[in-house]
Design a protein around this ligand. Structure first.
Ligand code: ZN
Length: 314
């Protein structure tokens, strides 16, 4: 039996205005911009990576900001909520901050053993801050604008809205190594190997829900971790053997990726922990310069010229 998936590697969502996206995540939420590059498949678009101080897997939230993106629709076949961990007792502080920054949020709620604060980014993307005693001090950006005692500590998990439940549950538990932890109402909580950020996956069973449409304000895909290329090739064979339509290995420079749709329609990626975001920038320099993959370097001047101009955080 091979090892299961440890947890989330990154989540990728669609935004509209790049500057507004950068300001929200770097300034309001206090994540570090750990990489500023372009969409390798569409180099006229930025690709922003936000994370903890070093961009550890399990802390990385990425965006494709399309200035004229139309508004998406949150719904079934999507990851509808992405959750970050904050220390127990931090939600009051965060509620004050979100209110002061005019960020829409909802009344905090209790769920299982945790407290959660739902809020929305400027494109309407839905998040939660989950306050719990297991929030890990290893995964924060200490030099950002948020006091360390309240700073985000990587992902807590994601929630998928699905019309059905069984085929996805079977994939999660029989192949990917998740176990069903607890259920309540239409929420089925799965956990990957405990002990890393982003190990929670909630399936929300919404049989008559509206189908989601991916555009601004929605999650494009969720990437799950695997340690290296060898382990990734084994995952690829396993998913292909189940009849899933899995892509070849794609070079994302900071990790290698394969993609497939899980049975409920959510786009999953399996991404390697290696080589990581310090491949082409030192820890001090992360995010400071536009980075391009080698095959786009010859077009750097043209690409940089066409991208929207940005004011960088800090
Ligand atoms: Zn990805």
């Amino acid at each position: 039996m091979t090892q299961g998936i440890p947890g989330i590697h990154h989540a990728t969502a669609i935004a509209s205005d790049p500057q507004r996206n950068l300001d929200f995540y770097a300034d309001v939420l206090g994540l570090r911009l750990v990489k500023r590059t372009v969409n390798f498949d569409d180099p006229g678009t930025y690709h922003f990576y936000f994370g903890d101080g070093l961009g550890h897997p399990g802390t990385i939230l990425t965006f494709f900001p399309w200035p004229n993106a139309r508004q998406g629709q949150r719904g079934t076949g999507q990851a509808v909520t992405t959750s970050f961990s904050v220390p127990a007792g931090s939600l009051g502080w965060w509620r004050d901050r979100l209110r002061a920054r005019e960020v829409p949020f909802e009344t905090p709620l209790s769920r299982f053993e945790e407290e959660a604060l739902v809020f929305y980014d400027p494109d309407g993307l839905q998040f939660e801050l989950v306050a719990h005693s297991g929030a890990d001090d290893q995964y924060l950006w200490r030099e950002g604008p948020i006091p360390a005692e309240h700073a985000l500590r990587g992902f807590y998990g994601v929630a998928l809205a699905l019309e059905g439940y069984e085929r996805t549950a079977a994939l999660l538990t029989e192949t990917m190594g998740f176990r069903l932890l607890v259920e309540s109402g239409n929420r089925y909580r799965f956990q990957a190997d405990a002990g890393v950020p982003g190990s929670i996956l909630d399936v929300l069973c919404v049989p008559v829900g509206q189908r989601g449409r991916v555009a601004a304000g929605t999650v494009h895909h969720v990437a799950w971790r695997t340690p290296n290329d060898t382990a990734q090739r084994a995952w690829r064979e396993r998913f292909a053997g189940l009849g899933l339509n899995v892509t070849p290995v794609l070079d994302r420079k900071y990790f290698q990726s394969i993609y497939f749709r899980e049975p409920g329609g959510v786009l999953f990626e399996i991404a390697t922990d290696t080589p990581g975001f310090t491949l082409d920038e030192s820890p001090d320099e992360l995010g400071s310069v536009l980075r391009l993959p080698s095959w786009l370097e010859p077009r750097r001047a043209e690409i940089a010229q066409a991208l929207p101009k940005l004011h960088l955080p800090g």
